[in-house]
Design a protein around this ligand. Structure first.
Ligand code: URA
Length: 257
Protein backbone atom coordinates (compact mmCIF):
# COMPACT_ATOMS: atom_id res chain seq x y z
CA UNK A 1 0.00 0.00 0.00
CA UNK A 2 1.15 3.58 -0.69
CA UNK A 3 2.94 5.33 2.14
CA UNK A 4 1.18 8.04 4.10
CA UNK A 5 2.00 10.41 6.89
CA UNK A 6 1.73 8.98 10.38
CA UNK A 7 -0.46 11.89 11.56
CA UNK A 8 -2.81 11.49 8.59
CA UNK A 9 -3.13 7.77 9.27
CA UNK A 10 -3.83 8.28 12.99
CA UNK A 11 -6.24 11.10 12.20
CA UNK A 12 -8.21 8.92 9.78
CA UNK A 13 -8.33 6.13 12.34
CA UNK A 14 -9.95 8.55 14.80
CA UNK A 15 -7.04 9.00 17.23
CA UNK A 16 -7.33 12.78 17.23
CA UNK A 17 -6.67 15.97 15.33
CA UNK A 18 -3.27 16.59 13.73
CA UNK A 19 -2.29 18.93 16.58
CA UNK A 20 -3.34 16.38 19.21
CA UNK A 21 -1.43 13.63 17.40
CA UNK A 22 1.69 15.79 17.19
CA UNK A 23 1.53 16.23 20.94
CA UNK A 24 0.83 12.54 21.61
CA UNK A 25 3.85 11.58 19.48
CA UNK A 26 6.05 14.24 21.09
CA UNK A 27 5.30 12.68 24.46
CA UNK A 28 6.57 9.31 23.22
CA UNK A 29 3.16 7.62 23.22
CA UNK A 30 3.36 6.41 19.60
CA UNK A 31 5.31 3.30 18.53
CA UNK A 32 6.10 2.33 14.95
CA UNK A 33 7.19 -1.30 14.67
CA UNK A 34 7.92 -1.35 18.39
CA UNK A 35 10.07 1.81 18.47
CA UNK A 36 9.02 5.18 19.86
CA UNK A 37 8.32 7.65 17.07
CA UNK A 38 8.22 11.30 18.04
CA UNK A 39 7.89 12.72 14.54
CA UNK A 40 4.22 12.62 13.59
CA UNK A 41 4.92 13.81 10.03
CA UNK A 42 7.02 10.79 9.06
CA UNK A 43 5.79 8.39 6.38
CA UNK A 44 4.50 4.91 7.19
CA UNK A 45 2.93 2.05 5.25
CA UNK A 46 -0.49 1.57 6.90
CA UNK A 47 -0.64 -2.11 5.99
CA UNK A 48 2.95 -3.19 6.54
CA UNK A 49 3.90 -1.13 9.61
CA UNK A 50 2.69 -1.88 13.14
CA UNK A 51 1.42 1.28 14.82
CA UNK A 52 0.57 1.55 18.50
CA UNK A 53 -0.72 4.44 20.62
CA UNK A 54 -0.50 4.05 24.40
CA UNK A 55 0.04 0.33 23.84
CA UNK A 56 -3.12 -0.02 21.73
CA UNK A 57 -2.64 -1.34 18.23
CA UNK A 58 -4.19 0.91 15.56
CA UNK A 59 -5.11 -1.21 12.57
CA UNK A 60 -5.91 0.24 9.20
CA UNK A 61 -9.49 0.20 7.96
CA UNK A 62 -10.07 1.79 4.59
CA UNK A 63 -13.72 0.76 4.54
CA UNK A 64 -16.11 0.20 7.38
CA UNK A 65 -19.52 -1.46 7.26
CA UNK A 66 -21.95 -1.50 10.18
CA UNK A 67 -25.44 -2.83 10.66
CA UNK A 68 -27.44 -0.60 13.03
CA UNK A 69 -30.82 -1.29 14.54
CA UNK A 70 -31.96 2.30 14.30
CA UNK A 71 -34.02 3.39 17.29
CA UNK A 72 -36.88 5.89 17.10
CA UNK A 73 -36.00 9.53 17.77
CA UNK A 74 -32.68 9.44 15.90
CA UNK A 75 -32.25 10.94 12.44
CA UNK A 76 -30.69 9.18 9.42
CA UNK A 77 -28.13 11.90 8.75
CA UNK A 78 -24.48 12.59 9.41
CA UNK A 79 -25.16 15.90 11.17
CA UNK A 80 -28.21 17.53 12.66
CA UNK A 81 -28.53 20.65 14.75
CA UNK A 82 -31.45 19.30 16.75
CA UNK A 83 -31.47 15.52 17.05
CA UNK A 84 -28.99 12.76 17.68
CA UNK A 85 -27.87 11.18 14.40
CA UNK A 86 -27.32 7.54 13.53
CA UNK A 87 -23.61 8.35 13.18
CA UNK A 88 -23.51 9.61 16.79
CA UNK A 89 -24.53 6.09 17.88
CA UNK A 90 -21.44 4.46 16.33
CA UNK A 91 -19.07 5.20 19.17
CA UNK A 92 -16.47 2.59 18.12
CA UNK A 93 -16.22 3.49 14.43
CA UNK A 94 -12.77 4.47 13.19
CA UNK A 95 -13.61 6.46 10.12
CA UNK A 96 -15.00 9.98 10.16
CA UNK A 97 -16.56 9.75 6.69
CA UNK A 98 -19.34 7.27 7.49
CA UNK A 99 -22.89 7.84 6.26
CA UNK A 100 -26.19 5.94 6.33
CA UNK A 101 -27.17 4.10 3.14
CA UNK A 102 -30.59 5.62 2.57
CA UNK A 103 -32.90 7.10 5.14
CA UNK A 104 -35.40 5.87 7.65
CA UNK A 105 -37.88 8.36 9.13
CA UNK A 106 -37.18 9.61 12.64
CA UNK A 107 -39.97 7.39 14.01
CA UNK A 108 -38.93 4.29 12.01
CA UNK A 109 -36.81 1.56 13.58
CA UNK A 110 -34.71 -1.20 12.16
CA UNK A 111 -32.02 -2.07 9.67
CA UNK A 112 -29.71 0.67 8.54
CA UNK A 113 -26.41 0.04 6.81
CA UNK A 114 -23.73 2.57 7.67
CA UNK A 115 -20.51 2.73 5.68
CA UNK A 116 -18.01 4.96 3.92
CA UNK A 117 -18.18 2.84 0.74
CA UNK A 118 -19.85 5.14 -1.76
CA UNK A 119 -19.85 2.56 -4.58
CA UNK A 120 -21.75 0.00 -2.55
CA UNK A 121 -24.21 2.63 -1.30
CA UNK A 122 -24.81 3.81 -4.84
CA UNK A 123 -25.50 0.26 -6.02
CA UNK A 124 -27.95 -0.43 -3.20
CA UNK A 125 -29.80 2.86 -3.64
CA UNK A 126 -29.86 3.05 -7.42
CA UNK A 127 -33.50 3.15 -8.56
CA UNK A 128 -32.53 0.90 -11.47
CA UNK A 129 -31.41 -1.94 -9.19
CA UNK A 130 -34.78 -2.45 -7.50
CA UNK A 131 -33.28 -3.77 -4.28
CA UNK A 132 -35.98 -5.38 -2.11
CA UNK A 133 -36.65 -3.71 1.22
CA UNK A 134 -38.83 -5.57 3.71
CA UNK A 135 -40.73 -3.69 6.42
CA UNK A 136 -42.80 -4.80 9.37
CA UNK A 137 -45.61 -2.42 10.31
CA UNK A 138 -48.60 -1.98 12.59
CA UNK A 139 -51.40 -0.35 10.68
CA UNK A 140 -54.45 1.43 12.04
CA UNK A 141 -57.75 1.38 10.17
CA UNK A 142 -59.48 -1.31 8.15
CA UNK A 143 -57.43 -2.56 5.22
CA UNK A 144 -59.49 -2.93 2.03
CA UNK A 145 -60.36 -6.56 1.27
CA UNK A 146 -58.29 -6.39 -1.93
CA UNK A 147 -55.28 -4.63 -0.40
CA UNK A 148 -52.87 -7.47 -1.28
CA UNK A 149 -53.96 -7.22 -4.90
CA UNK A 150 -53.80 -3.41 -4.89
CA UNK A 151 -50.23 -3.53 -3.59
CA UNK A 152 -49.36 -6.14 -6.22
CA UNK A 153 -50.60 -3.81 -8.96
CA UNK A 154 -48.76 -0.78 -7.56
CA UNK A 155 -50.32 2.05 -5.58
CA UNK A 156 -51.07 5.54 -6.83
CA UNK A 157 -49.81 7.92 -4.16
CA UNK A 158 -51.47 11.21 -3.21
CA UNK A 159 -49.19 13.15 -5.58
CA UNK A 160 -50.18 10.97 -8.52
CA UNK A 161 -46.99 8.87 -8.73
CA UNK A 162 -47.46 5.15 -9.06
CA UNK A 163 -45.30 2.76 -7.08
CA UNK A 164 -43.81 -0.45 -8.41
CA UNK A 165 -45.62 -3.65 -7.42
CA UNK A 166 -45.19 -4.49 -3.74
CA UNK A 167 -45.81 -7.67 -1.77
CA UNK A 168 -48.16 -7.33 1.18
CA UNK A 169 -48.39 -10.10 3.77
CA UNK A 170 -51.12 -9.70 6.38
CA UNK A 171 -49.90 -11.25 9.61
CA UNK A 172 -53.02 -10.70 11.74
CA UNK A 173 -54.63 -8.42 14.32
CA UNK A 174 -52.41 -6.57 16.80
CA UNK A 175 -53.12 -4.27 19.75
CA UNK A 176 -52.09 -0.73 18.90
CA UNK A 177 -50.33 1.69 21.21
CA UNK A 178 -52.96 3.98 22.71
CA UNK A 179 -52.71 7.65 21.82
CA UNK A 180 -54.42 9.25 24.81
CA UNK A 181 -55.97 12.26 23.11
CA UNK A 182 -57.34 10.15 20.28
CA UNK A 183 -58.76 7.33 22.32
CA UNK A 184 -62.41 7.35 23.20
CA UNK A 185 -62.65 6.57 26.91
CA UNK A 186 -65.20 3.79 26.31
CA UNK A 187 -63.61 2.19 23.28
CA UNK A 188 -60.88 0.23 25.09
CA UNK A 189 -57.59 -0.76 23.45
CA UNK A 190 -57.63 -0.28 19.70
CA UNK A 191 -56.76 -3.12 17.40
CA UNK A 192 -54.88 -2.81 14.16
CA UNK A 193 -53.22 -5.11 11.68
CA UNK A 194 -49.67 -6.44 11.62
CA UNK A 195 -48.21 -6.63 8.15
CA UNK A 196 -45.02 -7.25 6.23
CA UNK A 197 -44.46 -5.24 3.08
CA UNK A 198 -41.74 -5.73 0.46
CA UNK A 199 -41.01 -2.75 -1.75
CA UNK A 200 -38.41 -2.28 -4.47
CA UNK A 201 -38.02 1.50 -4.35
CA UNK A 202 -37.17 4.06 -1.72
CA UNK A 203 -39.51 6.99 -2.18
CA UNK A 204 -39.94 9.57 0.58
CA UNK A 205 -42.20 8.11 3.34
CA UNK A 206 -43.10 5.40 0.86
CA UNK A 207 -44.58 2.76 3.14
CA UNK A 208 -46.64 5.29 5.10
CA UNK A 209 -47.93 6.89 1.92
CA UNK A 210 -48.85 3.54 0.37
CA UNK A 211 -51.04 2.70 3.36
CA UNK A 212 -52.49 6.21 3.42
CA UNK A 213 -53.57 5.65 -0.18
CA UNK A 214 -55.46 2.59 1.11
CA UNK A 215 -57.16 4.70 3.80
CA UNK A 216 -55.01 3.44 6.71
CA UNK A 217 -52.27 4.81 8.94
CA UNK A 218 -48.91 3.24 9.82
CA UNK A 219 -48.40 3.63 13.57
CA UNK A 220 -45.22 1.55 13.88
CA UNK A 221 -42.62 0.85 11.21
CA UNK A 222 -39.46 -1.24 11.27
CA UNK A 223 -37.17 -2.24 8.41
CA UNK A 224 -36.25 -5.92 8.49
CA UNK A 225 -34.02 -6.27 5.44
CA UNK A 226 -32.41 -4.59 2.48
CA UNK A 227 -31.36 -6.87 -0.37
CA UNK A 228 -29.51 -9.82 1.16
CA UNK A 229 -28.87 -7.99 4.43
CA UNK A 230 -31.20 -8.99 7.28
CA UNK A 231 -31.47 -7.20 10.60
CA UNK A 232 -29.67 -9.23 13.28
CA UNK A 233 -32.40 -9.96 15.81
CA UNK A 234 -29.87 -9.86 18.65
CA UNK A 235 -29.38 -6.13 18.11
CA UNK A 236 -31.65 -4.05 20.32
CA UNK A 237 -32.72 -0.61 19.04
CA UNK A 238 -29.60 1.60 19.19
CA UNK A 239 -27.15 -1.33 18.99
CA UNK A 240 -24.87 -2.02 16.04
CA UNK A 241 -22.18 -4.40 14.86
CA UNK A 242 -19.77 -4.70 11.92
CA UNK A 243 -21.06 -6.72 8.98
CA UNK A 244 -19.73 -10.27 8.79
CA UNK A 245 -17.49 -11.26 5.86
CA UNK A 246 -20.36 -13.32 4.47
CA UNK A 247 -22.90 -10.47 4.68
CA UNK A 248 -20.46 -8.14 2.99
CA UNK A 249 -19.56 -10.59 0.24
CA UNK A 250 -23.23 -11.17 -0.57
CA UNK A 251 -23.97 -7.43 -0.65
CA UNK A 252 -20.96 -6.72 -2.84
CA UNK A 253 -21.60 -9.60 -5.20
CA UNK A 254 -24.45 -7.51 -6.56
CA UNK A 255 -26.95 -10.30 -6.02
CA UNK A 256 -29.71 -8.30 -4.34
CA UNK A 257 -32.14 -11.15 -3.69
N1 URA B 1 -41.20 4.15 4.31
C1 URA B 1 -41.61 5.07 5.20
O1 URA B 1 -42.73 5.56 5.12
N2 URA B 1 -40.75 5.45 6.17
C2 URA B 1 -39.51 4.92 6.31
O2 URA B 1 -38.79 5.29 7.22
C3 URA B 1 -39.11 3.96 5.38
C4 URA B 1 -39.97 3.59 4.39
Amino acid sequence: MAQMRLDKFLGEMGVGTRTQIKEIARKGRVLVNGRTEKKSDRKIDPEADRIQVDGREISYAAWEYYMLNKPQGVVSATEDGLHQTVIDLLTEAKRKNLFPVGRLDIDTEGLLLITNDGDLAHRLLSPKKHVDKVYYAKVEGALPADSVRQMELGITLEDGTKTLPAKLEILGPVPLPRVQEETDAKSGASVGTEIRLTIREGRFHQVKRMFEALGCRVVFLKRLSMGTLRLDEHLLPGQYRPLTEEELEKLKSGNTE
